[in-house]
Design a protein around this ligand. Sequence first.
Ligand SMILES: Cc1cc2nc3c(=O)[nH]c(=O)nc-3n(C[C@H](O)[C@H](O)[C@H](O)COP(=O)(O)O)c2cc1C
Length: 328
Amino acid sequence: MNIDLSTTYMGLELRNPIIAASSGLTDSVVKIKELDKQGVGAIVLKSIFEEQIIREIDAQGVNNMYGTYQDAENYVSFYTREHNLNNYTQLIQDAKNTVEIPIIASINCISKGEWIDYAKRIAEAGANGIEINLFIMPADAKKTGAEYEQAYFDIANSIKQQIDIPVALKLSSYFSGLANTIVKLSETGISSLVLFNRFYSPDIDLDSEKIVSGNIYSSASDNGNTLRWMSLLHGKVSCSIAASTGIHSWESVIKNIMAGANAVQIASVLYEKGITHVPVMLKEMESWMASKNYNSIKEIIGKLSSAKINNPMMYERAQFMKYFSNHY
Ligand SMILES: Cc1cc2nc3c(=O)[nH]c(=O)nc-3n(C[C@H](O)[C@H](O)[C@H](O)COP(=O)(O)O)c2cc1C
């Protein structure tokens, strides 16, 4: 049986729904070529960070070095920014000249700032789409949830005004009215949502008594939250959705698609098992689909979303007395 694994994501035709997520695995043409060879449907490039550029300038001690020489300082800032941007646009061009699968550029941002100019340059470099990894830490006790949310809408609207290529927003689940915010963001004209991004969580090293980074890789159990929201949002959002975080197996790819994802993004499993795990997953997906008499991925997208099942409580309820009470 010939199984059609193709899907549509961000308005782009993908040969299959497995996307290599933005990470160190997607930061060079050599790695991109290898990922393409292993069969991924699309690649999201390692992000260019709004913060990274600012930090890089700080790290050079520009402010100290130049003291009050404002012009020199501006020149060095400009040079550093241009250098990063030129490298990034070169990566896009080289990737586009090397592989045929869609190349999605990625910008990691925390404010509505200068990076919107970067987006224009990135679009001009030939990326098939741009993913904006957007997280504003709601740590200011004086700022309301509504004020924080407004910033997301401002960013989505201004980016859509500036560029013509498809835009995806990669978001966290840290919104008090998550469904409402996500649905409204999907109506701003963006082409896709990536749910959800994952953060480096802080940990404490008891020997050195220092703050260190927690686990960089996700675990399979981290996928539950994504699966829940795929299911609850499928059919309600006005754009495609990619599931991300904790997808470590072919089974998990299928589950997220059945819950409502148009595609999935994976990183940790590729670090842990190697990128040769991609063809293994694709083959297993095909075998499972054949065994269930499914001909195409499109048939199963959202088949088990909350709107389509008899008992959506399994997705909607977060605290089940039955489960919490039966463990002693
Ligand atoms: C080493 C590493 C580097 C990453 N770098 C980026 C990045 O530059 N930009 C970004 O948006 N996400 C980045 N991510 C997050 C991944 O794209 C992905 O959203 C996250 O790891 C969850 O997927 P997973 O559970 O399959 O790992 C990175 C993840 C890892 C493990």
